[in-house]
Design a binder for this molecule. Sequence first.
Ligand SMILES: Cc1ncc(COP(=O)(O)O)c(C=O)c1O
Length: 441
Amino acid sequence: MISKLHNSDPKIYKFIEQEKKRQQEGLELIPSENYVSSAVLEAMGSILTNKYSEGFPNHRYYGGNPNIDLIELECINRAKKLFHVEHVNVQPYSGSPANFAVYNALLEPGDPITGMNLLDGGHLTHGWKVSATAKFFKSYPYHVKPNGRVDFDELWNIAKEYKPKLIWCGATAYARTIEFEKFSEIADSVNAYLIADISHISGLIVGGVHPSPVPFAHVITTTTHKTLRGPRGAMIMVTKKGIKKDPEIAQKIDKAIFPGLQGGPHNHTTAAIAVALGEAAKPAFKTYAKQIVLNAKTMAAEFTKLGITLVSGGTDNHLMLLDLSKEGSLGAQLEYAMDVAHMTANKNTIPGDLASPYYPSGLRLGTPALTTRGMKEPQMKQIARWIVDIINHIKPYRLPEDKTKRLEFMKTFKKKMDKDVFLKSVAREVMNLTSQYGTNT
Ligand SMILES: Cc1ncc(COP(=O)(O)O)c(C=O)c1O
């Protein structure tokens, strides 16, 4: 059947089809990506996108919202039940605005905050120097220790010296369990808000394979499109502990989103989040979450067996970070070579990285998307072996020490890799594997 889009805009149709093919033929190893179900896609692509509904259920600034109210209330109720929280705002456009709304709700400009340093695995919005969050608030980042785990001694010192009003826990590239209780002890000692950003691990928490921050954090933020396997969006949740600290915290959060930061909510996204939350409440999601972690542990163990160093020596969750500093800061080269071989990953800094974020020494890999496709331990081992073969293949292409030579070096490297016979042979094997697995739609 020829689609309507094909008729009306063949160019965009073609690009989408190409991307669909890429997603089907390749191995998706970016830990923050996933494949949503066709039910989530259907809600996302629905007529709900036509409607304006500034405000909140039963309190809108536009008419015609009875159905939108039903959808948003259902979404909120599903989230409350699933995460065991008191209040949920499902309107943030994505994770970054959700986090900025939390600052907007609880702090004044110039207030001190702390979050995990970006190079150590933290997110931009947790106070990284180029982010607006560091421009409008005083950021004192904490780090990880040489063993790759959060340096709680340093965080205690930051808390005592700078008295942050807000402490972030949760990360973007951290392979270990987030120790919410330890963070809460420190936050409570200086009367700071503890905000758990569980964007990466919300699906694992719902699935029962990562502890929940609910007893410890005042506010919880999460994207909905990572391990939770929903559409691109976010939620802000308030716990009992948060309400105890500040009885008006829920209203402050809502006001900080609208009218504080955003206009009309994306109702098609709200509906798709509700569908994803419905899916996450089913027993099969627990099996899925368990398999994500089992797959990550299996892949990590295979890398270690094959001589690759992992930051923190392994993983407790859905992701791992390869430390390629001794191989010659291969992050950027490996990301490209893997692309040629139909494997998608992202270059990443490693703690204390001497290279730059654009040419980092690490590579971040995760298993949520592969697990959605039904892949299990034997496939994880095979994928690790392919990646190590590629690392060995590109080892001669060490990053030049001289920074001015890097751009030219990468240009030449890419041209060579595009024609590389070995990478093409891996790509064929990858496509043979992926042809045996669907993509959840
Ligand atoms: C921990 C964490 N918080 C927030 C975000 C921001 O989400 P978004 O990209 O949807 O703005 C991310 C995204 O990678 C993340 O990993």
